[in-house]
Ligand binder design. Structure first.
Ligand SMILES: [Fe+2]
Length: 246
């Protein structure tokens, strides 16, 4: 499996808080069948003020640490960017880290607040698309506005946004409503990929394997492979920061 959403970089957001924790998260992923992980720390202005330089530095520290490890893992980095008007400046000044490519465009993992969809989001998405940036909406199933009004997703579907569902949502870890919306979106074939969004070992571990098995038994192995392996791999392979343990 290929995991395109994770908070494994040490101490730059609310994810891993030590190198040991990161290594255990990576090992746990490997044991569950994940072979490639994309680190996507938050860029959330005013809360997690990360930039390309900080993210690249934390990624290099991790790969240097893994240099001597025998694990067969591939890593790369991007970011999970909270929606805000400043994204346009970050894009223009080439400071947005992308997940990889989708039909020739750069894929941006874009996060809405959990409470609502900010007014003007569609306009920002139009601007991104015009600038060859393909938004992938992070875990829409966890948005409280979408629980009440799933039709609010329509403008984003119409604009061909990609959608990432979180593995543990499918298992009910974020409550019934997230779980219900996540399954509904898979059923309607609206989901592009499933990823772990793992933050730590205790409260937010990777549940990729369990979710893969659930999707396989509710739908089919082909559906599970597409969401957990094939489509995420297409994006991962086009990321320009891939590092592989030798
Ligand atoms: Fe995340």
């Amino acid at each position: 499996m290929i995991d395109l959403h994770s908070h494994i970089l040490v101490n730059i957001d609310d994810g891993a808080s030590s190198m040991d924790e990161t290594i255990t998260m990576i090992n746990q992923s490997l044991e569950s069948g994940v072979t490639k992980i994309l680190a996507t720390p938050h860029i959330h202005l005013g809360t997690f003020d990360n930039d390309m330089h900080i993210i690249k530095g934390a990624f290099t520290k991790l790969t240097e640490h893994l240099q001597t490890s025998e694990n067969k893992i591939s890593l790369a980095y991007a970011a999970e960017v909270r929606i805000c008007p400043e994204i346009m400046i970050l894009a223009k000044t080439k400071q947005l880290p992308f997940m990889g490519k989708w039909l020739g465009n750069d894929v941006l993992l874009l996060e809405f607040p959990h409470s609502h969809i900010p007014p003007g989001s569609e306009k920002l998405i139009d601007w991104l698309l015009k600038n060859n940036i393909q938004p992938m909406i992070a875990h829409p199933e966890r948005n409280r506005d979408l629980w009440e009004f799933p039709e609010l997703l329509r403008p984003f579907k119409q604009r061909d946004c990609l959608f990432q569902i979180t593995a543990s949502s499918l298992l009910g870890d974020f409550g019934d409503r997230s779980q219900q919306l996540a399954w509904q979106m898979i059923e309607k074939q609206e989901v592009t990929i499933v990823a772990s969004d793992m933050h730590n070992l205790k409260r937010r571990p990777s549940k990729m394997k369990e979710a893969f098995e659930d999707v396989k038994s509710r739908f089919s192995e082909n559906v599970a492979k597409k969401l957990f392996v094939e489509t995420p791999d297409l994006i991962f392979q086009s990321n320009s920061t891939i590092w592989t343990a030798q």
